[in-house]
Design a binder for this molecule. Sequence first.
Ligand code: PEP
Ligand code: MG
Length: 294
Amino acid sequence: ARELLSMLKGKEDVTADGKHIKLYANIAGVGDVANVLANDAAGIGLFRSEFLYLEAEDYPDEETQFLAYKRVAENMAGKKVVVRTLDIGADKQVDYFNLDKEENPAMGYRAIRICLDRPEIFRTQLRALIRASAYGEIAIMYPMIISVEEVLKIKAIVEEVKKELDEQGIRYGNFEQGIMIETPAAVMMSEELAKEVDFFSIGTNDLTQYTLAMDRQNMKLDTMYDPHHPAILRMIRMTIENGHKGGCWVGICGELGADTTLTETFLKMGIDELSVSPSFVLPVRKIIRETKVK
Ligand code: PEP
Ligand code: MG
């Protein structure tokens, strides 16, 4: 099977009846890019930027971040790189953030909530990302969104950062902005959210946790935590439909996106993108090429 899969390198991600799919890979650091290219992914659909913060002793400065994002953008040579802004808190703790201990960290002070509450941290990351957009096909993705208001606040900060860069004569490219759909609130608001962004990426890991009210890290619930629950599949369908109505492309970057028993289902729902661990790119490509969506 390994030989057969390797024959799929260089082949297009297109269904048996001609629909082109974006088949991207997830990475957690600059070092993973080689693996993305070796597995022939067409882009990076989720670059978890937390590593920059987790591996540092103090807040990573703009230049450190800029160089990391620029390197990934350049190494991907014009292929899309979706960088997710800081998703710290809950399961990902960093000492220098001095976050309080919380009763329910998964439902606590995390991700975009921290970024909007402490905009100086957010601005540094946005400046680095927007500057890196001059060197490749960067897209920026915001995690843990629950409302249109959050997106409007984010977009206002992005506009301020762009204006600041303009004034300083610092160049940048065009970049898409999108959100993770990983809370039930975001699914329910997806029709309105789609009007504000360029793309949706469904985070099935957190979406399953919040929909089923089951801690994704609780080993006792391991056999009950079921991302195949019909509630999750309905939410995915609804997100795709509402995303398309608003002109967004819609992908899945949670683990479920790599589940080849569901690839056909996702394709028939109209999914545009799947972002999977590098080792799943070729197995998923195989199914895409065998499936008819009509
Ligand atoms: C998700 O929640 O599905 C996701 C892709 O993000 P993370 O696993 O990093 O929370
Ligand atoms: Mg998540």
